[in-house]
Write a protein that binds this ligand. Structure first.
Ligand code: FDA
Length: 307
């Protein structure tokens, strides 16, 4: 219920304008978002690295409506890659990038979007980095998988994300396994109807467990992205029982969420990567995070009452 409400709010434009321009925005969002600029993301990445955590950097933005905005997003990613490289963050606990296709123009022109992502993937290859194409709502699943599969033939340093709440995901996983495309497995963050997605948490979790096992056994460096302790521990127990070495996969979590679990697993020798969002267009991302945990609502209310 709460989740649906926040996902509804995540599409409200007037509220978005007001919140993104609020003088209290930084105080409100700093728990989940690194800051507005590339430098903020780099600073947070350095802090994470010092704690033994890797990072994937996400320039916030989605659903752009012009090619100019899409090109501007592409250029931020290209500058971000240079900054990661110049700061030496690409070695050791390597930092890479995550992006969304609707931020690179998918709703405006699929061809232009492809060119934008190809330009990023090309530079990623030259810098021996990695780019992850995030998965958006189910309206984009097929197009995202098609575009990533196509680009992967030329640019092997590109991977994507699968969501365990979708019925179709087991089939998609097999396709990506065949193509040796790296998968990040998450539960899914959008409001999906019952004809495409499981509605009950227990079903989403059970599918996550099944998919995690399949990816651990056959996947190309899969990423287990979840803060769900029982779900994660079950997957890790499976990996251990199967003799799958800790460096054959990674755990991923979002910046500011379950920091205790992040450092605990890193100290046990697992590879843990933190998803670090930055930029001014933080509202939809922030609202999705609020909807995932009732306690986060009090966090929001406290801040709004103070403003
Ligand atoms: P679940 O929502 O069941 O939560 C389990 C527990 O985790 C909660 O009880 C709470 O303790 C903690 N928790 C979860 N969310 C929290 C929050 N916001 N604040 C505080 N505690 C919280 N989705 C998508 O559709 N496409 C994508 O590309 C990605 N990419 C992505 C990358 C990474 C690295 C992560 C970790 C997640 C994503 N997601 C995503 C989001 C994902 O689909 C999902 O919405 C969230 O991770 C929340 O689901 P959990 O697996 O954490 O479980």
């Amino acid at each position: 219920m709460l989740r649906h409400f926040f996902l509804f709010l995540s599409h409200r434009r007037a509220l978005r304008r007001w919140m993104e321009h609020s003088p209290r925005a930084v105080a409100l969002t700093s728990r989940f978002i690194a800051g507005r600029e590339i430098e903020d993301a780099i600073r947070v990445t350095r802090q994470l690295n010092q704690a033994g955590l890797a990072a994937t950097l996400d320039y916030l933005g989605e659903s752009v409506t012009t090619l100019a905005e899409a090109a501007a997003s592409r250029d931020v990613y290209l500058r971000l890659l240079e900054a990661i490289h110049a700061e030496g963050l690409n070695a050791g606990l390597n930092a890479n990038v995550s992006l969304k296709l609707t931020q690179l123009g998918l709703d405006v022109s699929e061809a232009a979007c492809r060119e934008n992502v190809a330009a990023i993937a090309r530079r990623v290859g030259e810098l021996a980095s990695f780019v992850r194409v995030d998965m958006e709502s189910s309206a984009y699943t097929a197009r995202t998988l098609a575009l990533v599969s196509d680009l992967h033939e030329t640019y092997p340093h590109i991977g994507t994300v699968l969501q365990s709440y979708l019925y179709r995901t087991a089939g998609d996983a097999e396709e990506l396994l065949q193509r040796h495309i790296q998968v990040r497995l998450c539960k899914g963050a959008y409001d999906e109807p019952a004809d495409v997605a499981f509605q009950k948490k227990s079903d989403v979790d059970a599918n996550y467990a099944k998919l995690a096992q399949r990816l651990l056994l056959a996947g190309e460096h899969p990423a287990l992205a979840t803060h769900d302790e029982p779900v994660l521990r079950e997957a890790l127990r499976f990996a251990e029982a199967q003799g799958i070495a800790k460096d054959r996969f990674e755990i991923q979590m979002l910046y500011g969420i379950r920091r205790d679990l992040q450092t605990e697993h890193a100290s046990q020798g697992y590879r843990v990567r933190v998803y670090v969002p930055f930029g001014g267009a933080w509202y939809p991302y922030f609202m999705r995070r609020l909807g995932e945990r009732p306690a986060n609502v009090w966090f929001l209310v406290r801040h709004l009452l103070r403003s």
